[in-house]
Ligand binder design. Structure first.
Ligand SMILES: *Cc1c(COP(=O)(O)O)cnc(C)c1O
Length: 449
């Protein structure tokens, strides 16, 4: 079988995610036959360095021997059982370990099966909590501009990236959106921290004004990933933790993309030393193997639902595959790897290698900024550097980089004008050099008029 065979069949029957299918007339999907480590291989034998961890999910490489072995073992025991009325070792072991490694105070683990549904769970639980404790007027949420929390209607409502949200706006609940602390938009001479402080005034204002009708504030700690890898100072999280406390509002940390070491610490919230009321985890949770998500919350939230059945205070939310044993087992194997190796220590060196390999990018006349938080490095392409004027989105400059990189055997998938590296943690310094080289070639092509 060749690439061509599969492409023909694919285009007859498949509808791909987040894709204008007509684009495939120009650039067909690439059929992948196998993966190993950071490399993917297509049916013609061409290899691609997966520099974006297959949409940010992969942590320890494709076809990881340790995770494979755990899954094989689990497969011989139990593939699935419903989690209502039943339990199993992988689900409870994983809950124990997540409670242990997550920020203090998060003692309860509720499973769902993808990131968006974890966000739905957190939103519903937060609202329902306030109802159960006699505050039924709390029905709204606050989110950040440029935030992203997934594609299902509740999660989409909580986010505010226009490309994904705008068309569906009439279907979405009304969320209060406040300006992002995004440091790209800081004023001349302003530090990231100053920018976060200044922007926080708007959050404080929204909380003061709407606090009694707001259930919770939902944010992506430190990096707004889908919004173009925009980053901000941890102090914003400290200010927000404190303000949520004062206004009686939950803090919902969506660490679906930034959790599990992406930002340098196991969880991004650690960099501010805060604990949220809800922590949403998915993506890297299973090392990029299987769809599974978890929402961790506090004993106080849990207690508000614990009641006689007839009082109808239970959280009657479920997904068929809630706590799937294979997913949980992949997650346990992933956590093993964090325990066995000094992953965060090694990532410090890899992050430095990414910084060094791209140090010269900043001089480029169409690169406004190279920014980095741990294992996420982003390059912002602009039309006019002095004015920070973006390229019109219609020009699809990022797509030129994407196509060039594919030719060169690298999978980069820019978000509009933002090119980024978010590689699996098993990438080598040499592979990082290759990545930087190919990226810069792509940028030259994309910005040469
Ligand atoms: C990807 C993502 C989601 C949605 O997760 P899915 O598994 O794609 O539904 C939610 N929040 C953030 C921050 C994400 O990056």
């Amino acid at each position: 079988m060749t690439n061509l065979d599969l492409i023909e069949r694919d285009l007859e029957v498949l509808w791909h995610p987040c894709t204008q299918m007509k684009d495939h007339e120009q650039l067909p999907p690439i059929p992948i036959r196998s993966g190993r480590g950071v490399w993917l291989e297509d049916f013609d034998g061409k290899r691609y360095l997966d520099a974006i961890s297959s949409w940010w999910v992969n942590l320890f490489g494709h076809n990881n021997p340790h995770i494979n072995a755990a899954l094989r073992d689990q497969l011989e025991r139990l593939e699935h059982v419903m989690l209502a009325g039943f339990t199993h070792e992988p689900a409870l072991q994983l809950a124990e370990r997540l409670v242990q490694i997550s920020p203090a105070g998060l003692t309860r683990c509720f499973y769902a099966d993808n990131g968006s549904s974890a966000v739905e769970v957190a939103l519903k639980m937060s609202y329902h909590y306030w109802r159960n404790v006699g505050k039924p007027r709390k029905t709204r949420f606050i989110g950040l501009e440029n935030g992203y929390h997934g594609e299902t209607l509740g999660a989409l409502a909580a986010g505010s990236v226009p490309l994904y949200r705008q068309i569906y706006a009439p279907l979405l609940m009304d969320v209060i959106t406040v300006p992002s602390p995004d440091a790209f938009n800081r004023e001349a001479g302003e530090s990231w921290a100053d920018c976060a402080h200044r922007r926080f005034a708007k959050m404080e204002e929204a909380l003061a004004r709407h606090g009694d009708e707001v259930c919770g504030v939902i944010i992506e700690p430190l990096v707004q990933c889908a919004g173009g890898m925009r980053m901000y100072d941890p102090v914003y999280l400290n200010l927000l933790r404190d303000a949520c406390e004062r206004h009686g509002v939950h803090l919902i940390a969506d660490e679906i993309a930034v959790g599990f070491g992406r930002t340098g610490t196991l969880f991004a919230c650690e960099q501010a030393g805060i604990s949220p009321d809800f922590l949403c985890l998915a993506k890297g949770l299973t090392g990029g193997y299987l769809p599974l998500s978890a929402v961790l919350t506090t004993e106080a939230v849990y207690a508000a639902f614990y009641d006689d059945y007839a009082n109808l205070n239970a959280f009657l939310h479920s997904h068929s595959y809630t706590g799937n044993p294979l997913g949980c087992r992949a997650a346990l194997a992933t956590l093993d790897l964090f325990e066995r190796d000094d992953v965060l220590g090694r990532n410090l060196r890899l992050a430095e290698a990414m910084r060094n390999a791209t140090a010269h990018f900043a001089e480029h006349s169409h690169i406004a900024e190279v920014r980095q938080t741990g294992m996420i490095l982003a390059v912002e392409l602009v039309k006019d550097k002095a004015a920070r004027e973006p390229y019109p989105w219609q020009e699809r400059r990022g797509l030129i980089v994407y196509r060039h990189a594919l030719k060169r055997g690298v999978l980069l998938r820019p978000l509009g004008n933002v090119l980024y590296f978010m590689p699996p943690y098993v990438i080598t310094p040499d592979e990082i050099e290759l990545l930087a080289e190919v990226a810069l070639e792509g940028i030259q092509l994309a910005t040469a008029e």
